[in-house]
Design a protein around this ligand. Sequence first.
Ligand SMILES: [Zn+2]
Length: 273
Amino acid sequence: MGYTAVHARWGRLDASLDDLGCGRSWADVHRVKGLELACPECRGKVFARISPHRARHFYHQVRPRDCALANESPEHHLLKLELATAARAAGFRAELEVGNEARTWRADVLVFDRRDRPFMALEAQLSPMTPQEARMRTDRYAADGVAVCWVVLEKRPWERGVPSLRVAPPRGRGDAWTVRYGMARYTWAGPRTVKTKAAWTHISCSLDEAIRWILQGRVHAHTGPDGTVWWTARSYVQLAVVRARLEADAEAVMQEAAAEQRRQGRRATGRCR
Ligand SMILES: [Zn+2]
C-alpha cells in the first residue's frame, strides 16, 4: 500500500491530497476501468482503493516481494499519513514517498521550505535497523541538505543516536497521536535557590505540536555530552550551559577555599611547634 502512483500523462498522484497533487480528483482514479497507474517504487501496476481506516491509497495488483511500498504494514501506512497531515497543518508543503534523483533515499514524508526546497524528511521507522544503519541513512539525507526525524512506536536501540520521536497511536476516536520520548525540556530552579537540582526531562505532547515545533525551528536536534540526541529549544540548551558554567565556577572556588584552609592549617601547626 502506498499513497502515491504514477500516471503517464498526469505525473505523480498523491492520494492524501484532494486534487491528488496534480489537479485531478479521486473519482478520476477510483474504480476507473482501463486506467494505467504504476507504483513509483517498483513500476508495478497499482489500483486506487480506500482502506478500512478510510485512507485513500494505491495497492499492487500483484504484490512484489521486493517493493518497499507494497509491503508496508497498516501501522506504517497510517503513521506516514499522520506525519504528512501534521506537516501540512503546520503550513508546509509535504510530499509522500518521494526520493532523490540518485536514489540514495526515499522519504516517507518530504517537507519543503518557503522557497520550495526540501529540508526535512519525516520517517516512520517501524522495521528494525541497526544504529550504524540509522547513522548512515541520516548522513545520506544530510548530504542533500535534508534533516531527518525518525518516528518510532517502540523503544529502539538506535533511537538515541539520531534525531527521533517515540510516539503512541490514539487510544480512541477523536484522540491524537502523542509523543512519549524524544522531546525534552531542561528544568532548573536557578542559582538563587540552594536546591540546584537540574535535569533534562522528556515531555509528552501531541505529535502535531512536535512536528510543528520541529518544522518551524522552535526546537532543534541537540546532542548531549554522551552522544544522545533529543529535540529541544535553544533556550533550554543555553540554560544547561549556564548551569554547567556556574557549577564549574563554584567547584573552582570551593577547591581554592579548601587549599587555603590547608595552607592556614599548616601555618597554625608550624606556630605550635
Ligand atoms: Zn511497488
